[in-house]
Design a protein around this ligand. Structure first.
Ligand code: ADP
Ligand code: MG
Length: 352
């Protein structure tokens, strides 16, 4: 190719820019579900109903009873880079308590779908507002009767980005991703009633009144729930390292699957994956698990706020610690002592 003349360099139109950016935030239906569920939890919802059709490619509906939005707030919320959650960089430095803070989810999801948002502020009087957003433009805003809270409906995801749509997998695969995302949040928030429905069938429903054990029962069923044992290590229970505590539930070694999907791990309440954490878990089980088998794990790790960076890419759920080796040892020790306490490990050679 010949060298570029400056006159050939031109600015992309807004629509193109928006769709390219959207592709980085919304990779597939599950990524939209994640953003919407996080918004509901950030809105202090006590119930979150997720309904999807055809793996989320035809319809995603997330309905919550959170604090809701006024018409003005709703109009602002769908604009680019608008958030009520942080004011500036100082807030990022001091640590963000909400799950979202970038202010781009509603705008970007709406730019690659047909999105309808209905919302009514909690405790406010008067009607709610219905806003329709198609391919990045607000096409109607009208008063509507609706319960307090917010319902976001996404239809025809990627209808205007055919290349992206083409790369979606089968309905079963896309739904498996959605299921994993919703499960992660349901397990981390047993005080929120989370329901997941796919193609008219209820997949699971938590009561919102229970503890982690109750959420595990609702999501994974009785057989798995009855094989779970508690992990609860902090302070002197743990070898030195960045983790202040490791707690949650892990399954009996015989209750295992050939997929990593059931390893639900959290750092300071955020669902994340980390090699060091997975290796610590697997190390604790040792040879009790056959090759390529994984236990059911719901494990919460606490680290001091300034030891993790939450300002990661929206899609990346991977974290790295300063000292991966120490984290691996800490997780291994916490899980191992729980398994040992329940007589679930054959004795193994001490490690040096
Ligand atoms: P972010 O979550 O990063 O702030 P979003 O684009 O996801 O950005 O949402 C923009 C704003 O819209 C949020 O900051 C919040 O004020 C409002 N919002 C979005 N979803 C909800 C919801 N379910 N309930 C109440 N407010 C919401
Ligand atoms: Mg958000």
């Amino acid at each position: 190719t010949p060298p570029q003349d400056a006159t050939e360099i031109h600015e992309l139109d807004e629509d193109t820019v928006a769709r390219i950016a959207a592709g980085e935030v919304v990779e597939r239906p599950a990524s939209a579900v994640k953003e919407l569920v996080e918004n509901s939890l950030d809105a202090d919802a006590s119930s979150v109903d997720v309904t999807v059709e055809e793996g989320g490619t035809e319809l995603i509906r997330v309905a919550d009873d959170g604090h809701g939005m006024t018409e003005a707030a709703l109009r602002t919320a769908v604009r680019e880079h608008t958030t009520s959650k942080i004011d500036g960089l100082e807030d990022l430095e001091s640590g963000v308590a909400t799950l979202g803070f970038r202010g781009e989810a509603l705008h970007t999801i709406g730019s690659v779908s047909r999105m309808t948002v209905r919302s009514r502020p909690r405790g406010g009087d008067g009607a709610g507002t219905e806003l329709v957003y198609e391919g990045g433009d607000v096409t109607s805003v009208e008063p509507t009767g609706c319960p307090a809270g917010t319902t976001v409906e996404i239809e025809d995801l990627f209808y205007n980005t055919p290349a992206r749509r083409k790369f979606l997998k089968t309905t079963a695969t896309e739904f498996a991703h959605v299921n994993r995302v919703v499960t992660r949040y349901a397990l981390a928030n047993p005080d929120v009633a989370v329901t997941l429905t796919h193609d008219g069938r209820e997949v699971f429903s938590t009561t919102g009144q229970g503890d982690l054990q109750a959420a595990v029962l609702a999501v994974y069923g009785r057989e798995v729930a009855s094989s779970m044992i508690p992990v609860d290590a902090d302070g002197d229970d743990l070898p030195p390292g960045p983790l202040e505590s490791v707690s949650g539930l892990v399954s009996h070694p015989e209750t295992n699957r050939s997929s990593r999907d059931y390893l639900a791990t959290y750092v300071n309440g955020r669902a994340v994956t980390a090699d060091a954490v997975r290796e610590g878990i697997m190390g604790a089980y040792g040879t009790q698990l056959g090759g390529d088998r994984y236990p059911f794990v719901t494990l919460f790790l606490a680290v001091p706020g300034d030891a993790v960076d939450v300002n990661v890419h929206p899609r990346k759920r991977e974290v790295r610690f300063d000292d991966d080796d120490a984290v691996r040892r800490q997780v291994d020790a916490a899980v191992e002592s729980a398994l040992l306490e329940h007589g679930l490990l054959r004795s193994r050679a001490p490690r040096g």
